[in-house]
Write a protein that binds this ligand. Structure first.
Ligand SMILES: [Zn+2]
Ligand SMILES: [Zn+2]
Length: 446
C-alpha cells in the first residue's frame, strides 16, 4: 500500500502496481498472492488505533519478565485483553500459557504461536525506560514482542470474525516455557494443536533489519540432546590389564570412536555431531577403575537423523565396548527436535509478507544451530517459523538474542501483526490442509 499510515514504516511500502494488481485479481477467488494486499487498508486502520497499545503491552511485559512456568502475570494480562475483545481464552492446566479460538470451526484451523517466557539474565540495557524491573530476569529473546504481535493479530482477526469475514478458525497459542524447554509439549498435552491444520510463528532476528522477513524451507533450527555414557568392568592392577578389562583404555576408545563412527552412519548433510563435554574415570595411576563416565551433546540439523540417533548410538556403543570386554550403558536425553519448515507454509508466509514489505524484504535465512521448541508442533502438523527483522536500519549496535542488552526496533510489532494476520488468512483461504502442499523432504537439506 502506498499511504504510510501508522504502522507502515517509511520506505517499507511495497510498490503500488503489484499491490493493486493483486487487489484486482483477488475477486477471482484463487488469488495466488492470497488476501495480503487487499487486507492492508483494514490493517492500516486497525494499527492506527492499536499500534501504540501493542507497543505499550510489549513494554509492560518487558518490564515484568517471568521465567518459564512462572508466567502468571503475563498470562493474566493476555487473557484480560482477549476477554475485553469478546474472546474466550483458555488457560493451560498448569496455570500459565493459554490458547484462544477465533472464528468458525468449519473451514480449517490455523494456529499462530507466541512464546511468553523470559530468560534468567540481567537486563543490561542502558537508558531504555522499559528495562526489566526484575533482577536477573529479562526478555532477551524477544518473546515479549512475539506475544504482542500474536495478540495484535488476534485482536484484528476478532474484528474480522465479528464482521463474518473469517473463512475459518484461528487459534492463538500463547505458550509458556519455551526456554526451559517443555512448554510446547504442555500445549500439545492440553489439546492445543488438536484440530489445527497448520501452525505459524515468528521469532525476532537482530541480524536482519526491521521490515525484513527471513524464510527457509526445511530445517531452520537444530536439535540438541544430551548423552550420558557409563562404562563398567571388574577393575584391577595396571600390571595385568589382560586379566581384567582395561576400562580407561576402553572409555578412551569409546570417546574417540563413537563420534567418528556416528558421522559415517548418517548423511553428512544432516550434520549429526557428538561432542563430549566431560569424561571421568579412575583415581590413581596404578589401578584400573571399575567404572567411568563420558557426557556430551548431540546436535543435528536433520529430523530423520535426529529420530535415528539414539538407536544408532546405542548399537555403536555396544560394539566398541564389546571389543574391550567392558559393559556400557547409554542414557539419551531428548532436547528439542529440529524445526522443519514445510514448503507450502513457507510460501504462505511469503505471499503474506510481500504486500507488506515488498519482495526485496523477504530474504533467505540460514539454519540456526540453536534449538526452538516450536519444532515439537511441526513433528505433528505442517507449519513454519520465520525470522522477523528487528534491527534498526543503519544501526551500529550488534544486538544478539540471549544477551542482556538485546532490544528491538519496535516498528517490528506492526510488521509482525501484518505478516501473521496475512499468513493466517492465506492459509485459511487456500485450504491449508495437510497433504495439500508439496513434500518437504527433497528440499530439506538443499
Ligand atoms: Zn531464546
Ligand atoms: Zn526465543
Amino acid at each position: 500500500m502506498t499511504h504510510p499510515g501508522p504502522g507502515v514504516m517509511p520506505g517499507l511500502e511495497p510498490p503500488t502496481a503489484p499491490a493493486a494488481a493483486r487487489s484486482a485479481s483477488a475477486d477471482a477467488g484463487e488469488d495466488a498472492a492470497g488476501p495480503g494486499a487487499a487486507l492492508q487498508p483494514q490493517l492500516d486502520a486497525f494499527l492506527a488505533g492499536h499500534e501504540d497499545e501493542l507497543i505499550a503491552f510489549r513494554r509492560d511485559l518487558h518490564m515484568h519478565p517471568e521465567l518459564g512456568y512462572a508466567e502468571h502475570r503475563t498470562t493474566r494480562l493476555i487473557a484480560e485483553r482477549l476477554r475485553a475483545a469478546g474472546l474466550d481464552p483458555r488457560v493451560l492446566p498448569q496455570g500459565t500459557g493459554l490458547f484462544c479460538d477465533i472464528g468458525p470451526a468449519e473451514g480449517g484451523t490455523v494456529a499462530l504461536r507466541a512464546d511468553i517466557d523470559a530468560l534468567p539474565l540481567q537486563d543490561e540495557k542502558a537508558g531504555a525506560p522499559y528495562r526489566s524491573t526484575v533482577p536477573g530476569v529479562a526478555h532477551a529473546c524477544g518473546h515479549d514482542v512475539h506475544t504482542a504481535m500474536v495478540l495484535g493479530a488476534g485482536l484484528f482477526l476478532a474484528q474480522q470474525a465479528a464482521a463474518g469475514l473469517l473463512p475459518g478458525r484461528v487459534r492463538l497459542l500463547f505458550q509458556p516455557a519455551e526456554e526451559t524447554p517443555g512448554g510446547a509439549l504442555d500445549v500439545m498435552a492440553a489439546g492445543g494443536i488438536a484440530g489445527v491444520d497448520r501452525a505459524f510463528a515468528l521469532h525476532c532476528d537482530p541480524r536482519i533489519e526491521v521490515g525484513q522477513l527471513g524464510l527457509r524451507t526445511g530445517p531452520i533450527t537444530a536439535a540438541c540432546d544430551k548423552v550420558y555414557v557409563k562404562v563398567t568392568g571388574p577393575g584391577g592392577h595396571t600390571a595385568r590389564p589382560h586379566l581384567t578389562a582395561d576400562l580407561v583404555y576402553a572409555l578412551a576408545k569409546i570417546v574417540t570412536e563413537l563420534p567418528s563412527a556416528l558421522s559415517r552412519r548418517v548423511d553428512p548433510r544432516s550434520s549429526l555431531s557428538l561432542v563430549w563435554g566431560r569424561i571421568s574415570a579412575g583415581s590413581v595411576a596404578n589401578a584400573i577403575p571399575d567404572d567411568g563416565i563420558a557426557e556430551g551433546t548431540v546436535r543435528c540439523l536433520d529430523d530423520e537423523a535426529w529420530h535415528r540417533a539414539p538407536e544408532m548410538m546405542k548399537a555403536l556403543l555396544q560394539s566398541v565396548a564389546a571389543a574391550y570386554d567392558v559393559e556400557a550403558s547409554l542414557e539419551y536425553v531428548r532436547g528439542v527436535p529440529p524445526t522443519v519448515n514445510e514448503a507450502g507454509s513457507v510460501q504462505m508466509f511469503r505471499d503474506a509478507a510481500t504486500p507488506v514489505i515488498g519482495e526485496e524484504g523477504v530474504v533467505p535465512t540460514p539454519q540456526s544451530l540453536g534449538g526452538e521448541d516450536f519444532g515439537w508442533y511441526l513433528e505433528s502438523i505442517p507449519g513454519a517459523l520465520a525470522r522477523l527483522g528487528v534491527r534498526t536500519p543503519g544501526s551500529s549496535g550488534e544486538y544478539d538474542l540471549h544477551r542482556g542488552d538485546f532490544d528491538v526496533d519496535e516498528r517490528c510489532v506492526a510488521v509482525g501483526v501484518r505478516v501473521l494476520t496475512g499468513t493466517a488468512l492465506t492459509a485459511l483461504w487456500e485450504g491449508g490442509r495437510p497433504g495439500d502442499a508439496e513434500p518437504v523432504q527433497g528440499a530439506a537439506l538443499a
